[in-house]
Design a protein around this ligand. Structure first.
Ligand code: ADP
Ligand code: MG
Length: 723
């Protein structure tokens, strides 16, 4: 037995588990050791330079040339003391991964070789970037792209390279990455939220968004992974009969972590902690060999950089443990897929969480303001929020009766639903003299809300005590995309709220009455987005349709939302995307969609023709030989009728697989001939992709029929359980 599958299984059996130790028993001893954080800045910079850079970071003001030079030289000194030889601008192009191009510190001067790093090199680089996706923004004649330093995310050392977080923009100033628009959206939110905070507390000068990302992933042994061309080329299994045992016993979730996995987790967490990523929680997830890692929440820009970095680290450390980390949203049909829950809130410079109900009626009014405006924003722009999480991978989850549905709705939990209902129907007393009498029947908001976190896992956007949790984000997505949208729509909504409130104030209305009047109106207007029931149910689909909520199940059509007049308006008024940028992004996303399907379709065709059908035929030939032998020695038909039956069934499956694969190839050719990217993506989605299920069904039947020793692809029972 020496097919590729058995070799891989042999390899798995020979794995040993390394012993992993933290650099020190106390995490606080080594946390952030590889980050050029404030503490190190203070140590390496003059007091003047230190104060100046901190001010720039906190106020978002440009950094003076001289300060940049000093920071660069300090960074270099620190990096060299940590054995770094190179530096790189680290950025997040629209490919979904991170990019870096390393340069050595060393330079040749008249006096010979020297280590150098100037403020210029820190602030800006021009990577030869003509092959990053730009959606037509960058023509070849203006192929230059620039990376520019983002001082709000500290530099860090990976291997022997100093990495400097940067944005990536085109020569003409358009964003070519995820970070630049995110920073713009955060700026818009800061401004809009501070303006609203002024109604309540004049001392608030800055509002930032906070984010905690729960990252789900699968692990598979590297040898098995390498024996599955579909897995390593597309990130998911295109074939494979479900294992007899999968997740039905629910024995994996929160179960004890397999020893091999535990070693891997400790190892990557140690690296992550040294890079200042506050990883805190680890556990098994629902599907076999599915796990989760969650850090403590941070300022959102940092949280997203850290999530990108974390997945890089996991991948790299995974290889040391002979694991492949699967970040695909749906690596295995039939068991749960993976997401990336985005826990989001807003925090003031005074340390107040704006989505946390307070003690006094005044602070509750403040909470209600931000709470209700977020609900209204999501109601108004559910379609672009949906578009922001759309991808070919996530289509396997959204609307596919698992994970959140494609309909964006908000779950509040019964307590807060009651509060909003009460406000909606109560009367505002305009004559109120005493604050407590302002409302007739103002509901009390309990300070500690019941934790509704896990009570409604079917909701894509749930309020969980002191934050909203966007659960629909795919596990492989860059959170910057949905978070840019969420922050910009909330910013836009808060601006509108201010206009509405100020109008009433101008009319002579009391401040609290004005605030409450608008809150009440928004509660009414956005009611349709609230849903407390089962988001997977058919009733909800019907109800959502009655409520006119968008329910677009596939990516190419969901993406249309990005280029509507309404979307372009909100992008422009918040200053996050120009029209050109929005169109470019739309194009890039469509491109990504059809190309990934194209690759899947090709891999499917190749595997069917060169691996699966041959395996079926080999077994069939053995049976034919057997039947011939039985005949030869004079036995009658009854002795080989079972064999004949199997021979026929194999033939049926092979025929189906072959004709359908050929038809799929024809549809692919037709789709490839389409020029318009949207039409092409739709053709791939509606004409090519539908063949996948049928072909797969028959391949999986064949897998069950063919002699196990002849089947060359690792089976689900082997992939899904970690030994
Ligand atoms: P679960 O959602 O599984 O119940 P938790 O609520 O403890 O788990 O936290 C999930 C994630 O939400 C963690 O990353 C946590 O740090 C983060 N989180 C908690 N509070 C906030 C907040 N105010 N803003 C953003 N993220 C938060
Ligand atoms: Mg959660």
């Amino acid at each position: 037995m020496s097919n590729i599958r058995f070799n891989a299984l042999q390899t798995v059996l020979s794995r040993t588990i390394p012993e992993i130790k933290p650099p020190s028993p106390k995490i606080s001893d080594f946390f952030g050791a590889n980050v050029f954080d404030k503490k190190k800045m203070k140590q390496y910079l003059s007091t003047e330079a230190y104060e100046s850079i901190i001010e720039s970071i906190e106020q978002g003001v440009p950094i003076e040339r001289e300060v940049a030079d000093q920071v660069a030289s300090a960074m270099k000194a620190w990096a060299i003391s940590k054995d770094a030889t190179h530096y790189t601008h680290w950025f997040q192009p629209l490919t979904g991964t991170t990019a870096e191009k390393h340069d050595a510190f060393f330079e040749m001067t008249a006096d010979g070789a020297m280590e150098k790093f100037s403020g210029n090199a820190l602030a800006q680089q021009e990577p030869d970037a003509s092959s990053f996706p730009s959606g037509g923004i960058r023509n070849t004649f203006e192929a230059r792209g620039y990376t520019a330093w983002d001082p709000s995310s500290p530099a860090f050392i990976m291997g022997r390279t100093l990495c400097i977080p940067t944005v990536f923009v085109s020569y003409t100033g358009e964003a070519l990455d995820y970070k630049a628009p995110l920073l713009k959206a955060l700026h818009a939110l800061d401004k809009a939220a501070v303006d609203i905070c002024q109604y309540f507390d004049k001392s608030i000068e800055k509002v930032h968004a906070s984010l905690g990302i729960e990252q789900e992933y699968f692990l598979v042994d590297l040898a098995l992974f390498n024996a599955r061309p579909d897995l390593y080329l597309t990130g998911r299994t295109l074939f494979g009969h479900m294992s007899a045992k999968n997740q039905q016993l629910e024995d994996h979730y929160f179960g004890s972590i397999p020893t091999r996995v535990y070693a891997f987790m400790q190892d990557f967490e140690n690296e992550a902690l040294q890079l200042g990523i506050p990883v805190k929680t680890r556990h098994n997830e629902v599907a076999p060999s599915q796990f989760e890692c969650a850090p403590i929440f941070e300022e959102i820009n940092l949280a997203i950089d850290h999530n990108q970095l974390l997945t890089d680290i996991m991948d790299r450390v995974g290889k040391r443990h002979n694991f492949k980390v699967l970040l695909h949203e749906k690596p295995y049909a039939g068991v749960n897929g993976s997401g990336k829950h985005n826990n989001w809130s807003m925090v003031t410079n005074t340390g107040k969480n704006l989505l946390s109900p307070g003690k006094t009626p005044k602070s509750n009014l403040m909470f209600l303001t931000f709470f209700v405006n977020t609900i209204k924003a999501v109601y108004e722009h559910a379609d672009i929020l949906r578009a922001s999480i759309a991808s070919v991978n996530n289509d396997h989850r959204l609307g596919a009766n698992e994970a959140p549905p494609a309909i964006i709705s908000i779950f509040l939990g019964s307590q807060l639903s009651d509060v909003l209902d009460e406000i909606e129907t109560s009367r505002i007393s305009k004559k109120a003299k005493v604050e407590a009498l302002l409302w007739q029947g103002i509901p009390k908001i309990p300070q500690i809300l019941q934790d509704n976190t896990d009570r409604n896992r079917t909701s894509p956007f749930a309020f969980t005590g002191n934050k909203f949790e966007l659960r629909a984000v795919g596990s492989s997505a860059n959170s910057a995309n949905p978070m840019t949208i969420l922050n910009l729509i909330v910013a836009d909504q808060l601006k509108k709220f201010k206009v509405d409130v100020d109008k009433l104030l101008k009319k002579g209305e009391k401040k609290d009455v004005a605030l409450l009047t608008i809150i009440k109106r928004y509660i009414k207007e956005s009611k349709a987005i609230r849903f407390e029931g089962n988001g997977y149910s058919e009733e909800w689909e019907k109800l959502a349709a009655e409520r006119d909520l968008p329910n677009i199940k596939t990516t190419p059509k969901a993406l249309d939302a990005l280029i509507t007049e309404k979307a372009q308006n909100v992008f422009e008024t918040t200053g996050v995307f120009s029209r050109r940028e929005a169109h470019a992004r739309h194009e890039i996303l469509l491109d990504d969609f059809y190309k990934k399907l194209q690759i899947e379709a090709r891999v499917m065709g190749e595997l069917v023709n060169s691996v699966i059908i041959p395996a079926g035929i080999t077994y069939q030939s053995k049976l034919v030989e057997n039947v011939r032998g039985l005949k030869e020695i004079g036995l009658d038909e009854s002795t080989y009728s079972a064999q004949v039956d199997i021979i026929k069934r194999i033939a049926d499956h092979i025929n189906f697989i072959k004709t359908n694969t050929e038809e799929m190839v024809e549809e692919r050719k037709k789709a490839n001939a389409i020029d318009d990217t949207r039409e092409k993506a739709i053709a791939y989605d509606e004409k090519v992709k539908p063949y996948f299920d049928g072909i797969r069904y028959h391949v999986d039947k064949l897998e069950q029929l063919v002699d196990d020793s002849l089947w060359p692809l690792p089976k689900f029972r082997e992939l899904l359980f970690i030994k």
